[in-house]
Design a protein around this ligand. Structure first.
Ligand SMILES: Cc1cc2nc3c(=O)[nH]c(=O)nc-3n(C[C@H](O)[C@H](O)[C@H](O)COP(=O)(O)O)c2cc1C
Length: 349
């Protein structure tokens, strides 16, 4: 029997990356990808910021930007799905081509620039979605908005009530000025406004912040301390990198934008480890960047991640990706002598 999910992924990779992405979303809507169980691993069940996850492997933001296929994605075996980034108004994003893939290096560069349908289109989909599985909502600002803070507050007010958790994305490299919101004064002011909006419009909903893997130790330390002081519920480390680590082919290195996939793994894991040392358990961390196996996920967990997310790995592996990762991670956890994934968090910090 051919491995159908892998075959479909291989076929999709023969298309231009944006076309392949549209086809994948269309295929998921038809139910073509089917059901890949991954909730049968007691070792992987975990509770983080008050939510119970069947397994700690989430789909990272950017695949389902407009909340079109949350239920089919959860059926692939992800423990949770993060939709978005959603901006208040619809926007087209940057000119094409803006998405580049290298199958051999398992790397992607994108400079999409928050292309998306905006809150009015996304909100009803979130409200009407089947109430099974955890769906986080990643929010951002419009490129031409004069008031970044107001855009995040609008996202929280409109989408917070129908999200299981919220992510404030201040780390995409493709919106001019966005990463400036990670600077201490701007970050403190933004986070205060976001926490207040959450408390008013979506009380009890965990509020996370997604950071860039390009922050150095000093900048990361400052951001973690502010996040703890202002009572954020979690930090995601992290987004794509503007650096070009070893292993990135020239063709991709030359393209402007954020790099993801395998070559991001070491940098992102190193930043996660640094954040964990600073946080010292005061705030849970989500490890993202370059995960393509259960062993990669386990390495993030041992470096300090309570949850992990992946995106690029699924593009190269296909619809069976999350279920395979869950199976491998369960083996890693038990082989290392842990009874639960939570017990392994930070053990190699
Ligand atoms: C095509 C593409 C689009 C993305 N769009 C978003 C986005 O809208 N918001 C966001 O927070 N991250 C976005 N990301 C970043 C991913 O969520 C993730 O942080 C990053 O890709 C690293 O994980 P990976 O190596 O497993 O892909 C995007 C990534 C890719 C490849």
């Amino acid at each position: 029997m051919p491995d159908m999910p892998a075959l479909i992924a291989r076929t999709l990779r023969t298309f231009d990356p944006e076309r392949a992405h549209r086809l994948a979303i269309a295929g998921l809507k038809t139910g073509l990808a089917g059901h890949h169980a991954s909730d049968g691993y007691p070792s992987l069940r975990t509770s983080v910021f008050g939510l119970g996850f069947p397994n700690p492997i989430g789909l990272a933001a950017g695949f389902d930007k407009n909340a079109e296929v949350t239920a089919p994605l959860l059926r692939l075996g992800f423990g949770y799905v993060e939709i978005g980034t959603v901006t208040p108004l619809p926007q087209a994003g940057n000119p094409k081509p803006r998405l580049f893939r290298d199958d051999h290096a398992k790397a992607i560069v994108n400079r999409l620039g928050f292309n998306g349908q905006g809150i009015d289109a996304v909100e009803p989909r979130l409200r009407q979605r089947p109430r099974t599985g955890i769906v986080g909502v990643n929010i951002g600002r419009n490129k031409l908005s004069a008031e970044a803070e107001a855009d995040y507050v609008t996202g929280i007010r409109r989408l917070g009530p129908c999200a299981d958790y919220l992510t404030v994305n201040i780390s995409s490299p493709n919106t001019p000025g966005l990463r400036g919101l990670q600077e201490p004064a701007a970050f403190e002011s933004l986070l205060k406004a976001c926490v207040a909006a959450r408390t008013m419009h979506a009380p009890g909903k965990p509020l996370l912040v997604k950071l860039a893997p390009d922050l150095d130790n000093k900048a990361l330390r400052a951001v973690v301390e502010i996040a703890v002081a202002q009572h954020a519920d979690g930090l995601i480390l992290g987004n794509t990198t503007i650096s070009r680590p070893d292993g990135v082919p020239d063709r991709l290195s030359r393209e402007m934008g954020g790099l993801s996939g395998r070559p991001l793994f070491d940098l992102a894991t190193d930043r996660l480890r640094c954040a964990y040392r600073v946080a010292g358990g005061r705030i849970p961390l989500v490890g993202v960047g370059g995960i393509s196996t259960g062993a990669d996920a386990f390495a993030k967990i041992r470096a300090g991640a309570s949850l992990v997310q992946a995106y690029s790995g699924m593009i190269f592996d296909g619809a069976g990706f999350a279920a395979r990762l869950a199976k491998e991670l369960d083996e890693c956890v038990r082989d290392a002598g842990f009874t639960s994934v939570a017990a392994a968090v930070g053990t190699a910090g």
